[in-house]
Design a protein around this ligand. Structure first.
Ligand SMILES: Nc1ncnc2c1ncn2[C@@H]1O[C@H](COP(=O)(O)OP(=O)(O)O)[C@@H](O)[C@H]1O
Ligand SMILES: O=C(CO)[C@H](O)[C@H](O)COP(=O)(O)O
Length: 560
């Protein structure tokens, strides 16, 4: 990190602020416009983290729920932005713009002035009044009906979503509210992506960003799903688009408005600076990683993995999350696919399968649990643990689009150790990425380069496994704050410092090429394991054995 304190004292250079709203925290970074130097960062954890068991008042939540509290996002503006400025040694007057990115589809019900329903008197005990986080997966029954009806009616937009609509997105989540808590649904005046809500808080203007509108809001070729379609889904849902969703769309990198006096007081930034249109964590990271050419796929690996890629070719990739015109970069088709659980799955093992003796050994070596398991797992040869796993602990986003699937580890014996399972889980996520890449290439959308970004780039074993499993050289982004950097780059465009995001990427992006090379022997050994993964994937995921769905029903009955 560069400290700009002295350097900027006599000659203050323009800077921008990017704020990345992740799953558990928000991270702010102060970036120099000229060259993308990251001058200071700060993180603020959400006080309520993820509500997946109960509301703050103790109201119990069913399985597969994941909610958040909107005031936690404002706290990031209050704490992380001033702290990042202080660390950077940058004076507020140097900052010409602020940009944000968010997880998505993370969506909330609000009044016409943006007030979240969960903040209204009498509604703090109502689960449906809260933010539904991207990994709220309880709307799967609604998603299944949305897909089935679209297929039956041959809705043209279905193909743009790889043939399946996800339970993570705006329509499935809203339909769940209507069907489970109609009063909350009727009191909802706007159904808003958190990505747009935070921009609304910053500049007082509500615009729907083109990215989430396209990928999560089923907005294609200037239109949402028709009233007739929605009425067939549920008569009470017929006017969802006109009553609660439709709103002017802001292009990515455009200026949404100017920082209000209230938001200036929260952040310590000057009132009136440019506020960029909202965007998504994965999508802003592509230009941050220098990926502005067709066929450069960026996998943003953290809690989950998103695969984003721009292409000059429009294709129907089965099971992708979507293809949106200009969804990542203007003038190109933007593709997204993903894996709902990656770091989250490794965290599950650390939480549930890390014995006391391991905790002591890790502490003695000064390692955290991930580092300890990784170091032990790195001592093995490919296949030595005798395991194969399916990475579906948080369901399958691509290519099966089914959040009622669950995780599997085959091959457990009385000799199996935690590091064996940990390694099998690392490998399972790499196999999941290979399935996705193959789906693109089979559909005629070439993947020319694979670049990795996100928190998991710090795990060297994991990166090498991805290179070996995919048989591709991996580039690794040259920043640990890819999304926040990408948000800052979009802010620079919104403030007029660059004509477009491609130009900003040339000066501010942090491309890293060829950091890991595949090893031919390990790659060959992984080919054999990948065949086993594919077999299990199709067996459990494509209907040959529906045991995972049946188990969910048994669980629901048992806990009813
Ligand atoms: N050394 C590690 N190896 C593998 N996974 C890790 C390691 N350290 C943390 N993780 C996982 O990384 C995830 C967080 O990734 P990060 O990119 O920081 O966050 P986010 O995806 O929310 O932006 C967590 O799920 C955590 O379990
Ligand atoms: O689906 C997304 C983008 O389209 C989510 O934002 C993403 O999966 C959550 O990201 P993270 O793993 O970084 O918390």
């Amino acid at each position: 990190m560069v400290n700009a304190g002295d350097e900027t004292a006599g000659n203050p250079e323009p800077c921008v602020v990017g704020v990345d709203f992740g799953t558990l925290s928000g991270r702010a970074v102060v970036v120099r416009v000229r060259d993308g130097a990251e001058l200071g960062t700060a993180e603020h954890e959400y006080r309520h983290a993820v509500l997946d068991r109960e509301l703050p008042d103790g109201t119990r939540l069913p399985p597969d729920w994941a909610l958040q509290v909107p005031s936690d996002y404002v706290d990031v503006l209050r704490h992380a932005v001033p702290a990042a400025l202080a660390t950077a040694g940058v004076r507020p007057e140097q900052v010409i713009g602020i940009g944000t990115d968010f997880t998505a589809c993370t969506v909330l019900p609000v009044l016409g002035d943006g007030t979240p329903l969960c903040e209204l008197p009498g509604l703090s005990g109502r689960p449906h009044a809260y933010v539904k986080l991207w990994r709220h997966h309880a709307a799967q029954p609604q998603a299944d009906r949305i897909t089935a009806l679209a297929a039956e009616r041959k809705e043209a937009w279905l193909e743009r979503y790889g043939g399946k609509i996800s339970s993570e997105w705006e329509f499935a989540k809203a339909l769940q509210v209507l069907e489970e808590d109609p009063e909350i649904y009727h009191r909802t005046e706007r159904w808003v992506e958190a990505a747009d809500w935070i921009v609304w808080r910053l500049c007082g203007t509500y615009l729907r960003n083109a990215c989430t509108a396209g990928y999560k809001g089923q907005f294609q070729d200037g239109a949402y799903p028709s009233r007739a379609y929605l009425e067939s889904l549920n008569p009470g849902f017929a006017d969802f688009v006109t009553d609660k969703l439709e709103h002017p769309i802001g292009e990515l990198g455009a200026k949404a408005g100017h920082l209000t006096a209230e938001a200036a007081a929260w952040t310590g930034l000057p009132e009136g600076i440019a506020v960029c249109v909202g965007n998504v964590d994965a999508h802003v990271t592509a230009p941050a990683a220098g990926a502005v050419e067709p066929g450069q796929m960026v996998a943003i690996m953290g809690t989950s993995t998103c695969h984003v890629m721009s292409s000059d070719q429009q294709g129907a990739v089965p099971g992708m999350c979507g293809v949106v015109d200009g969804g990542i970069l203007p003038g190109l088709w933007g593709y997204e696919a993903g894996q709902s659980g990656v770091g989250d799955i490794f965290a599950w093992l650390v939480r549930t399968g890390f014995p006391a003796a391991y905790t002591e050994a890790a502490a003695a070596l000064g390692r955290d649990a991930h580092e300890h398991l990784t170091a032990l797992a790195a001592e093995q040869k490919v296949g030595e643990h005798g395991l194969i796993a399916l990475d579906w602990h948080s369901g399958n986003r691509s290519v099966l689009v089914d959040h009622e699937l669950s995780g599997v580890v085959v091959g457990l014996t009385l000799s199996t150790r935690p590091e064996d399972v940990y390694r099998a889980l690392l490998e399972a996520t790499a196999f999941g990425t290979r399935i996705i890449i193959e789906a693109f290439e089979t559909a005629g959308v070439p993947v020319r380069e694979l670049i990795i970004a996100g928190g998991l780039t710090k795990n060297v074993l994991l990166m090498q496994i991805y290179a070996d499993v995919t048989r591709r050289p991996l580039g690794v982004i040259g920043s640990t704050q890819g999304p926040a950097l990408g948000a800052a780059m979009h802010a620079a465009v919104a403030a007029g410092a660059y004509p477009d995001i491609q130009a900003a990427a040339r000066s501010m992006g942090k491309a890293g090429r060829g950091a890991y090379q595949p090893d031919p022997d390990r790659a060959a050994a992984y080919d054999r394991l990948y065949e086993e993964y594919r077999l299990l994937h199709d067996y459990f995921g494509r209907g040959a054995n529906d045991v995972m769905h049946r188990l969910r029903r048994i669980r629901a009955e048992a806990s009813a």
